[in-house]
Design a binder for this molecule. Sequence first.
Ligand SMILES: *Cc1c(COP(=O)(O)O)cnc(C)c1O
Length: 393
Amino acid sequence: MSYQVNRKGYYGEFGGAFIPEMMHPNIEELQEKYMEVINSYNFRQDFIALLKHYVGRPSPLYYARRMSEKYQSHIFLKREDLNHTGSHKINNTIGQILLAKALGKTRIIAETGAGQHGVATATVCALMDMKCIVYMGALDVQRQAPNVKKMRMLGAEVIAAESGNKTLKDATNEAMRDWINNPEDTHYIIGSVVGPHPYPDMVARFQSVISEEIKWQLDEQLGRELPTRVIACVGGGSNAAGAFYHFLDSEAVELIGVEAAGKGIETKETAATLTLGKPGVLHSSRSFVMQTNDGQIIEPYSISAGLDYPGIGPMHANLHATKRAKYLWATDDEVLEAALELTQLEGIIPALESAHALAALKKLSLKPEDVNVISLSGRGDKDMETYLNHFGY
Ligand SMILES: *Cc1c(COP(=O)(O)O)cnc(C)c1O
């Protein structure tokens, strides 16, 4: 069985490109050209060089000694938190800005909820001298003021979407409208393994550098390429896709995704899409979606803004359906506890998103000989206010 996308953009029964007629030219151009561009010699050279000299890759694979002692099992942390701009998101925006350049585009649009993807996009636009417009729900513009200021300082124009709930979905609609009106000069940078084909596959390929490095780093440290399991948090699913990618066909490697349960999967304040959702179309592809019986999208909730998304990438929907990967969930309280634990055992303050992966350690039966690799997708600087509010320092 292949867990990769097929030529039509499907992972099993999930994926595809459910787009309005008006967007066909934009999407078809990408579908026809993305593989050729990203496999070209020039692209590979530029991508590898920027990941090395600008992002700071390879990110360390750190053996967490005190955590390992506590859990009586070997725990390695893949340190995406040490990347420039503080998370794995930059791997994807570097890839997409180079693709946009190769396609002759001069203008970049993006949508962002929490602002992390907006900042990663504004960063690479400054780097590459591209015009950058970031759509953001009006409510999110207020809630995420520091990221809005960063984007503006980086030279991006931040446009507040005033329609609907004034959150991510509304920003996405505005971005799509913009793209339809500017098909010639504009590339739309999507921030996770979601959206119409080819985005899920393209973003997974850019993020796959994570598992490519894990393999040789494990070999270097342990003399083996394969861990027992890989654990990653899942919002749209891009850091997980990157951390799983080169292990998908090694069936002995257990793949664990961790969703945000918010206040609990029995409450209405949750974002555990695979646990609670049903098949449906969101953001132009078929996947699992949190929806009511008559198909209305349920507003998600999580303490971590980066996991607060009612859908999930189609690759994960298929890994779930085929049982190749297992998806657990962690509540806000479990996540806060896990974040504090890592901070005080290893001196690393994780992003709230990444702490979901850490929280899964308590839900698994770990053996002393197991080699666990956890994707530490981002750093906790952006979450200090939440941590301080809860822990009262
Ligand atoms: C955005 C973000 C996530 C969630 O996105 P995925 O596409 O699911 O990886 C996870 N961790 C951090 C630090 C983020 O910024």
